[in-house]
Design a protein around this ligand. Structure first.
Ligand code: SIN
Length: 290
């Protein structure tokens, strides 16, 4: 079956008993209407959210009024709370401030990436709750579909990439872009398969990202650079892979880090944007193709 013949969630009749969804594109991203995340979810609602998450990878919930307890409580449905390497010394290390002001030294997330793939077990999902959007508009977040990024490669390229492993190095963003001082022993650095299998859907995903991936281990350095640059260009420049979340205050977006990448758009200088992100981990990183 070609990639154009594969059915999309909407065509598969994805519908949920406890809320409505409006999709952002035919394959990636959906707005969920009719759920109040400040209240405990019923078993049916939680089951529907899990199914919608598997179907759409990026879920947008508008008009939410969450304190940190409710935010973390919602995220905990998907895994245990993750501590970001740059946040370990904060009073609540599982809540990562995503704040940009006129004089911010850097804009967090301003490049295509998947969250913290330098970790041995990267966060499987992130829930970002934005409460302040720039007065001038903007500050949207782009997401890219890594199932489709894999599916759109030629069979020859897919076969070549399967079985390769890549190094993901926290020093690339945290020192290279954010200019932070590494902790003793440095930031995490770990290997992951270049093509992984999503543990819930069983589908293959392209699992390298320009934010963290330094090189492919089995290739010569110049080969690795050429292959990674080609894959990063494929992810960044293929509009068909992308959806765009336009934030309004009190929007929570939940995304699946295993099968998506994201890139915030910094188009609002000198205005401010504020939100808090809670990420969660499971038992293992995505495994390679066997
Ligand atoms: C992030 O990379 O988690 C930040 C995304 C955003 O600010 O929209």
């Amino acid at each position: 079956m070609s990639v154009d013949e594969q059915s999309r969630p909407a065509e598969r009749g994805a519908a949920y008993g406890s809320f409505d969804v409006t999709s952002l594109t035919p394959h990636l991203g959906a707005e969920v209407e009719g759920l109040d995340l400040a209240r405990p979810l019923t078993a049916e609602q939680l089951s529907d959210v899990r199914q919608a998450f598997a179907d759409w990878s990026v879920l947008v919930f508008r008009n939410q009024h969450l304190d940190r307890t409710a935010h973390k409580g919602f995220a905990r449905h998907f895994g245990s709370l993750h501590v970001h390497p740059l946040n370990a010394s904060q009073a609540d290390p599982s809540v990562l401030a995503i704040e940009t002001k006129k004089d911010s030294p850097y804009v967090r997330g301003n490049a295509w990436h998947t969250d913290v793939t330098c970790d041995a077990i990267p966060p499987l999902a992130s829930a970002l709750y934005i409460t302040e959007t720039p007065e001038c508009g903007g500050g949207d977040t782009l997401f890219a579909d890594m199932y489709l990024a894999y599916d759109l490669l030629s069979p020859a390229m897919q076969t070549f990439l399967e079985g390769l492993t890549a190094v993901h190095d926290g020093g690339i963003p945290y020192v290279g872009s954010y200019k932070s001082t590494p902790p003793e022993g440095g930031y995490p650095r770990n290997e992951h398969p270049v093509v992984a299998v999503h543990p819930v859907t069983g589908k293959k995903i392209l699992y390298v990202n320009s934010g963290f991936t330094s090189h492919i281990q089995e290739l010569e350095p110049w080969e690795s650079r050429a292959v990674l640059d080609a894959l990063f260009a494929h992810i960044a420049t293929m509009p068909r892979l992308h959806c765009r979340v336009q934030w309004r205050p009190n929007t929570l977006t939940l995304w699946d880090n295993r099968c998506t990448q994201h890139h915030v758009v910094w188009d609002y200088y000198p205005y401010s944007r504020y939100g808090e992100r809670v990420s969660v981990i499971g038992d293992a990183a995505p495994a390679g193709v066997t």
